[in-house]
Design a protein around this ligand. Structure first.
Ligand SMILES: NC(=O)c1ccc[n+]([C@@H]2O[C@H](COP(=O)([O-])OP(=O)(O)OC[C@H]3O[C@@H](n4cnc5c(N)ncnc54)[C@H](OP(=O)(O)O)[C@@H]3O)[C@@H](O)[C@H]2O)c1
Length: 252
C-alpha cells in the first residue's frame, strides 16, 4: 500500500465512530504504518479495530482526563513510535437552553471539547516530529449563532482559536496547525449528543436541500478527505487556517 501517508504514524482521538473513524480508514488506505484510535467506550473501539485491521492500536482514553492522556502517550512510547500527525477530533455536541443551562452542562462541554483538545495536543507534543502536523476538529458553528447551541459553538470557537496561536507557538519546530470545520455530517453524534430521532434526522435531510448549496448532509468520508489534505504534504504551506467542509452552508 502506498500513498501520502506511507510509513507514517498518527493519533486520531475520537476515532471509534463517525469522522474520526473515516479519517483512520483513509490514513490506512494511504499507507499509514500505525494509527492510534481513542474513545471512552471499549466496545466501539473494538469494533473499529476489527474493521480496520492490524495497523490500528486502540486506547480507551477520555480526552477530559489528563491521566488517560498520559496513558495514551505511554502506549505510543512503549511501541517506540513518533507521530507525524495528531488529529484532535474527539468532541461532543449537546444542546443547551440558555436561561436554564447548568454548571455541569457547561463543564461537560468545555472539559471535553476545549480542555480535551488543549491537553491532547500538549501531552502528545513531545512525540510529534518536527515538521509534523496537527488537525483540530472544530465546526462551522464556531462562526454561527445557532439556537440552543451556545455552549457547543463557543467550545468550537475556542478550538479554532487554538490553531491560530499554536501555529505561532510551534513555528520553531515547523509544525503546522490547522482547523477542520465540518458542516452537517451523518454520524452517531446526531443520536448520541443531539438526541435526534429518526423522524428528526429525516426532516434534517430534507431541510439540507434548502440550507446547503450542495443540497445534502455529508458522509464522514467526505470530511475525512479534507482532514487528510490538511495533514498531508499537499498542504505544506497551509498553516493556521480553518477549512470549512460543509457543502457551502456557512458561505450563504
Ligand atoms: N457530525 C457533525 O455534523 C459534525 C459537524 C461539525 C463538527 N463535528 C465534530 O466532529 C468531531 C467528531 O464527531 P462525529 O460527528 O464523528 O461524532 P461521533 O461519531 O459521535 O464521534 C465522536 C467520537 O469522539 C469520541 N469521544 C467523545 N467524547 C470523548 C472523550 N471525552 N474522550 C475521548 N473520546 C471521546 C467518541 O467515542 P466515545 O463516545 O466512546 O468516547 C467518538 O469516537 C467532533 O469534535 C464533533 O464536534 C461533527
Amino acid at each position: 500500500m502506498s500513498g501520502r501517508f506511507t510509513n507514517q504514524v498518527a493519533v486520531v482521538t475520537g476515532g471509534s465512530t463517525g469522522i474520526g473513524l473515516a479519517i483512520a480508514e483513509a490514513l490506512l488506505a494511504e499507507g499509514a504504518k500505525r494509527v492510534y484510535l481513542t474513545g471512552r467506550t471499549a466496545k466501539t473501539l473494538e469494533a473499529a479495530a476489527n474493521l480496520l485491521g492490524e495497523h490500528v492500536v486502540t486506547v480507551v482514553s477520555d480526552v477530559a482526563s489528563l491521566s488517560d492522556l498520559q496513558k495514551l502517550k505511554d502506549e505510543i512510547e512503549t511501541r517506540g513510535d513518533q507521530l507525524n500527525t495528531i488529529f484532535a477530533n474527539a468532541g461532543i455536541a449537546e444542546k443547551n437552553s440558555f436561561g436554564e443551562t447548568t454548571e455541569d452542562e457547561f463543564a461537560k462541554t468545555f472539559d471535553i471539547n476545549v480542555k480535551g483538545v488543549f491537553f491532547t495536543v500538549q501531552t502528545l507534543l513531545p512525540l510529534l516530529r518536527d515538521e509534523g502536523s496537527i488537525v483540530l476538529t472544530s465546526s462551522i458553528v464556531a462562526n454561527k449563532g445557532m439556537e440552543n447551541l451556545s455552549l457547543y459553538s463557543a467550545s468550537k470557537a475556542a478550538v479554532r482559536s487554538f490553531a491560530r496561536s499554536w501555529a505561532n507557538d510551534l513555528k520553531a519546530r515547523k509544525i503546522r496547525v490547522n482547523t477542520l470545520s465540518p458542516g452537517l455530517t451523518r454520524t452517531p453524534i446526531m443520536e448520541n449528543g443531539l438526541k435526534m430521532d429518526a423522524a428528526q434526522i429525516a426532516a434534517l435531510n430534507q431541510h439540507a436541500a434548502t440550507i446547503i448549496p450542495l443540497g445534502y448532509v455529508a458522509q464522514p468520508d467526505e470530511i475525512a478527505s479534507a482532514a487528510l489534505f490538511l495533514a498531508s504534504s499537499d498542504a505544506r504551506y497551509v498553516n493556521g487556517v480553518e477549512l470549512s467542509v460543509d457543502g457551502g452552508m456557512a458561505q450563504i
